[in-house]
Design a protein around this ligand. Structure first.
Ligand SMILES: O=C(O)CCC(=O)C(=O)O
Length: 387
């Protein structure tokens, strides 16, 4: 835990104060770069080239107004339900009301916890050691709970509204523009940063496999969409170092040492309103600070890769499972895109659905219904791909 000169641990108020000037300067830089606006398509229904160019230049783009009010309410409602039914601690099976907690039917745990205002990853070997430097932790309020839910894992089997969002034609058109029409899924995770509790996510680059490849490029580890259910403010949001997706592996520990704190020089906050979604290149240096602000952030991540970067790769997942992504694996995992498109077609029948080329003609097998909930969606995240 960070300490003051007096040797006392930083309180949440001290932490918030230590961020004030950094937030002011970062916000100014964020608005100067811009890289934001609605999803714009050209006459052929493809993403406008200037958006694509801006993404490749800086490694991110903020899409404004992606989710409308009604859809936002549905998403928020389901996240709230998930939190309401969460076990009270990481090993628990009972929720705060004494009911059996949700999620026992899934093979992989769906809730992930952290200590309030802590940094569970920085400076540890966890996540393949990709978070090399510790963030400032702070002392939570005396009445804070012992644990806070940091993530929901496997969104698409937990909350139907996220499956509907997954089929969003605008977002999928963006994915096609960046990765090619045979793009494939990665994983879907919710990040929750409750006010006064949300832990930090130490600075990192996401990719783990292709850094030394002869054909490494600026998009070798794909990207994440991060859809915001509440305002993503400079005090609770993801911060990034623009352009670092072009630099190969970056010496994060050295940068933190040079900055003299976890407040890296030149970083910008990814500011969003509720319903905005940003696209972030996984090779960009990024992280988030302990949320000592008064505002909640809830972000739905959905990641995608270029197919050629996962095809026939054998990888060790973060939980130690060794898996080869052969054609059958990729096909089965990609069915979630087709089922998501059908879920959206049912929920928003007036919207033109996205056409996912790799599974075109297989719509009959990939309807969203109670059968595919069991046969395709349940435990779909055992097939998450990771590079
Ligand atoms: O949402 C956050 O706070 C961090 C997200 C992140 O680091 C990631 O998705 O890789």
């Amino acid at each position: 835990m960070a300490v003051l000169e007096t040797g006392e641990a930083l309180t949440a108020e001290d932490h918030a104060q230590s961020m004030a000037e950094y937030i002011r300067a970062g916000t100014e830089r964020a608005y100067a770069i811009g890289n934001r606006g609605p999803i714009r398509l050209d006459a052929n229904g493809k993403l406008e080239q200037d958006i694509l160019d801006a993404y490749w230049e800086h490694g991110f783009y903020v899409f404004e107004g992606v989710v409308g009010t009604e859809e936002l309410e549905e998403l928020r409602g389901e996240v709230e339900w998930m939190l309401d039914r969460a076990p009270t601690d990481p090993k628990g099976t009972i929720d705060a009301q004494g009911r059996p907690a949700f999620g026992q039917q899934f093979t992989r745990p769906c809730y992930r916890y952290a200590r309030p205002l802590s940094d569970p990853l920085g400076g540890t070997g966890l996540n393949k050691g990709r978070h090399p430097a510790k963030m400032n932790e702070a002392k939570p309020a005396a009445d804070a709970p012992a644990w806070t839910v940091q993530n929901l894992h496997g969104n698409l089997q937990l909350m139907d509204s996220t499956l509907v969002l997954y089929g969003h034609p605008g977002l999928l058109t963006v994915a096609e523009a960046v990765l090619g029409e045979d793009f494939v899924p990665y994983n879907e995770v919710t990040f929750i940063k409750e006010p006064g509790l949300g832990p930090s996510v130490a600075w990192h680059q996401d990719g783990t496999t292709h850094w030394e490849s002869d054909d490494w490029d600026h998009g070798a580890h794909g990207f994440n969409f991060m859809t915001q259910l509440y305002p993503s403010t400079a005090a609770n949001c993801v911060w990034i170092l623009p352009g670092t997706h072009k630099q190969g592996r970056v010496d994060i520990r050295g940068m933190v040492a040079a900055a003299g704190s976890d407040r890296l020089e030149g970083a910008i906050p990814l500011l969003c309103k509720s319903g905005d979604a940003f696209m972030l290149n996984r090779q960009v240096v990024h992280g988030s600070f302990a949320n000592t602000s008064a505002e909640r952030r809830v972000t739905l991540n959905a990641g995608f890769f270029p197919r050629k970067r996962v095809m026939d790769m054998t990888v060790e997942h973060l939980d130690g499972r060794v898996v080869t992504f052969d054609d059958e694996h990729i096909h089965e995992r990609s069915r979630m895109i087709a089922v998501g498109i059908d879920a959206r077609r049912q929920r928003f029948p007036d919207e033109a659905p996205y056409r996912y080329a790799p599974l075109a003609g297989q719509e009959e097998d990939n309807h969203w219904n109670e059968t595919t909930r069991e046969t395709v969606v349940k435990n779909y995240n055992l097939r998450d791909m990771y590079v």
